[in-house]
Design a protein around this ligand. Sequence first.
Ligand SMILES: Nc1ncnc2c1ncn2[C@@H]1O[C@H](COP(=O)(O)OP(=O)(O)OP(=O)(O)O)[C@@H](O)[C@H]1O
Ligand SMILES: [Mg+2]
Length: 260
Amino acid sequence: MTAPLHPPTTVDSTQFPPNGADTDAAAALTTGPATAFLRFDDLSKSYQEGDRTRVVLQNAHAEFARGEFVAILGRSGSGKSTLLNLISGIDRIDSGRIWLDGQDLTALDDRQRTLFRRRNIGFIFQFFNLIPTLTVLENVTLPLELNGVPQREARSRAEPLLDAVGLLDRTATFPDRLSGGEQQRVAIARALVHDPLLVLADEPTGNLDEETGQQTLALLDRLTRQAGKNLIMVTHSVEAAGYADRVLVLREGQLMKREA
Ligand SMILES: Nc1ncnc2c1ncn2[C@@H]1O[C@H](COP(=O)(O)OP(=O)(O)OP(=O)(O)O)[C@@H](O)[C@H]1O
Ligand SMILES: [Mg+2]
């Protein structure tokens, strides 16, 4: 059983003046009302296919407290990956607002969104998405390199995380020599290494056997909590969602509370 979340808060658009396009992403972010750490207001997203409009999100609303691990359950095609792409700024919303740490992400232009994502979002994907031509260590230091962190410092930040995921002895190995579970552990280290505001996981156990999936989730849960990070995990697995503090359901374009 599901029930709609409380109705969306009315947002006065005059509170959100447009930003200058040429300013740095961090400086350009509009500061909003300090409420939830992360908040979606009236998120809508449709895709146009020929003369058909496919509505994926329709005035979706949700709030997340700092440090929460929230799972979002939804069947295939319900819009889970779309939602993560909107939060991370890979894709653009049609209307609505996304507030992260008091900042309006929807006010950013494409370049600012890219910079913001690089600095503040960690990603974990179903198919790991490691770069095959880079070693384990190089994969983990890549987010730091993209943010201009010197190599030596990047290495000293990556190594404790590789130790924490049990792969410090595999730093020079290439991803194709690793098992799926090991690859996902590299991806967990990569998602945390640049100290992001938010970790997003898209079906992180979808390509792992049950036991490895459980171990991987337990590790992800422990490390994101230790780091004090918010984790949003989208999945169709009720078992995987069991690790979260709270579970929402994505259905018919809306985020709903999941009832026991
Ligand atoms: N770029 C696009 N153009 C057109 N339609 C799209 C596009 N991206 C996604 N869609 C459609 O939006 C809907 C939601 O897709 P999405 O990938 O978010 O689902 P999902 O919940 O992640 O599914 P799965 O569990 O299979 O990964 C689907 O009907 C999909 O076909
Ligand atoms: Mg998906």
